[in-house]
Design a protein around this ligand. Structure first.
Ligand code: SAH
Ligand code: F3S
Length: 472
């Protein structure tokens, strides 16, 4: 049976797409190679959001092709995802060893195309066409079966595409128009996952707050997205719901209020800010002002005081003045994000911003990037330190990625907590006392669990799916 290795660049949506393709191939009899060097098929699932991500994947493919040639190996090489979509057959023209280019609406055809290529088809395959209904085709999961390796968390794709057309962003071109799955379809997938041991689900899309707008009219003042959250919330055995990425302008009062009403919806929101300057927000076509953004953060913290808020910010958008940049700094000081992803502006093909006047020099962008990072890291560190001594509920996901001798989980506000745990803790909600912090990590101690909580809560919250409940 042929083996496949998939390397993923970019966001959680890409991670999810790779997982669905891997699961589809495994179901067709492929095995997953531990390493690209021994695989019969290597697929690069690409990102186009910034030039650097594209260059990395192109460089990687050149490297793979060179190695395969040198060793005289007949490896099948393919690009899939966003860059495959935006560059299409041009990728084969510049890298003639590439056999397959699979666009963002064609993931479900991976097995069919690879079978053809592996059975000797010489002709290369490029498929980047649009396909009605493809948003519902990303549904297979690769959950490991063994009880001790069970996946505790899972991603579920609820929609594809984005119609917002922020002037810097290539996503509307690579992912197409907004298309949503139906509520029953999403709920059925979530139910299956929960039946297989999943406790936390993250609903995914490029702009999830626009979910189902055209298909589900607002009901009792509730948007389609809130209706979906309510439906997923009903699933018994599911402990936590997250979602990403929302758009700040899509955060109506119905969604803000849902955080107070739906206990499984955790206190965490990713609110991409992009800039703190109203002038730039307008040029970016973001659809909100600084004042509205700050107002939204206040409302969310009012509903849930422990709300974790993360963001994305771009520095060096065309025409950004020192004053605009200082507006971003001051907004960060005002809001105090728990985590900020800071990006250097990268001009993207076909986007309006790429041809705007006053593109900034690399030096200016670099300098502002560093200044903003210094500030956001300093503010985030304070947020983490403020949790020392508090008791936090975590969902244990498995061994710590940094130190496999320890275990880790996330707080409801989406912060990683590392603690001296063991396999029996996997998949359980635990209350831990936070002892100290590291870089974007909290360290907890289960020995003093529950001491701080009102009712002296036990260290484990038994779960309806558990039989028997582990000894604590
Ligand atoms: N809503 C989407 C956004 C995708 S891009 C999602 O998260 O699914 C993720 C982040 O990359 C954006 O929020 C933005 O901060 C950054 N980004 C997008 N286009 C960019 C560009 N041309 N240059 C630099 N950063 C960019
Ligand atoms: Fe991109 Fe803006 Fe949509 S950042 S994904 S066009 S909301």
């Amino acid at each position: 049976m042929p083996s496949v290795f998939i390397k993923t660049y970019g966001c959680q949506m890409n991670e999810r797409d790779s997982e669905a393709v891997a699961a589809q191939l495994v179901a067709k009899g492929y095995s997953l190679a531990p390493d690209e060097r021994v695989a019969d098929v290597v697929l690069l699932n690409t990102c186009s959001v910034r030039d650097l991500a594209e260059q990395k994947a192109i460089w990687k493919m050149g490297n793979l092709a060179g190695t395969a040639r040198k060793q005289g190996r007949d490896q099948v090489l393919g690009f899939m995802g966003c860059m495959a979509q935006s560059r299409g057959k041009q990728l084969i023209e510049s890298l003639p060893d590439v056999d397959l280019v699979l666009g963002t609406q064609k993931f479900h055809r991976a097995a069919e195309y690879l079978d053809a290529l592996l059975s000797g088809q010489r002709e290369k395959i490029v498929d980047t066409a649009e396909e009605a209904g493809s948003q519902a085709a990303i549904r297979e999961h690769l959950l490991t079966g063994a009880a001790d390796k069970k996946s505790v968390t899972a991603f579920v794709s609820i929609m594809q595409g984005c119609n917002q057309h922020c002037t810097f962003c290539i996503v509307p071109f690579t992912r197409g128009e907004e298309r949503s799955r139906t509520i029953p379809d999403v709920v059925a997938e979530c139910r299956e996952l929960v039946a297989r041991g999943v406790r936390e689900i993250t609903l995914l899309g490029q702009i999830v707050t626009s979910y189902g707008k055209r298909d589900y009219p607002a009901k009792d003042g509730k948007s389609a997205f809130v209706q979906l959250l309510e439906a997923v919330h009903e699933i018994e055995g599911l402990d936590r719901i997250r979602f990403t990425s929302p758009h700040p302008k899509g955060y109506g009062d119905d969604l803000v209020e849902a955080y107070g009403r739906l206990p499984k919806l955790v206190e965490s929101a990713h609110l991409p800010l992009q800039s703190g300057s109203d002038r730039l927000l307008k040029l970016m076509h973001r659809g909100y002002t600084r004042e509205r953004f700050v107002g939204l953060v206040e409302k969310l913290r009012h509903v849930q005081s422990g709300m974790g808020i993360s963001t994305d910010i771009i520095v060096g958008f065309p025409g950004e003045t020192e004053a605009d940049f200082e507006d971003t700094l001051s907004l960060c000081r005002q809001v105090e994000f728990d985590l900020a992803y800071v990006f250097k502006y990268s001009p993207r093909k076909d986007t309006p911003a790429a041809t705007m006047p006053d593109q900034l020099s690399e030096e200016v962008i670099e300098e502002r990037h560093q200044r903003l990072l210094n500030l956001t890291n300093e503010l985030a560190a304070k947020k983490y330190e403020a949790l020392i001594g508090s008791t936090q509920q975590i969902l244990v996901e498995g061994p710590s990625r940094r130190n496999p001798a320890r275990y880790e989980g996330r707080t409801r506000s989406n912060k990683i907590v590392v603690f001296p745990g063991s396999e029996r803790h996997r998949g359980h909600l635990m209350n831990l006392r936070i002892e100290r912090t590291g870089s974007f990590t909290l360290y907890g101690d289960p020995a003093v669990v529950g001491m701080e909580s009102e009712e002296n809560a036990p260290s484990f919250t038994p779960h309806p799916n558990d039989s028997p409940a582990p000894a604590s």
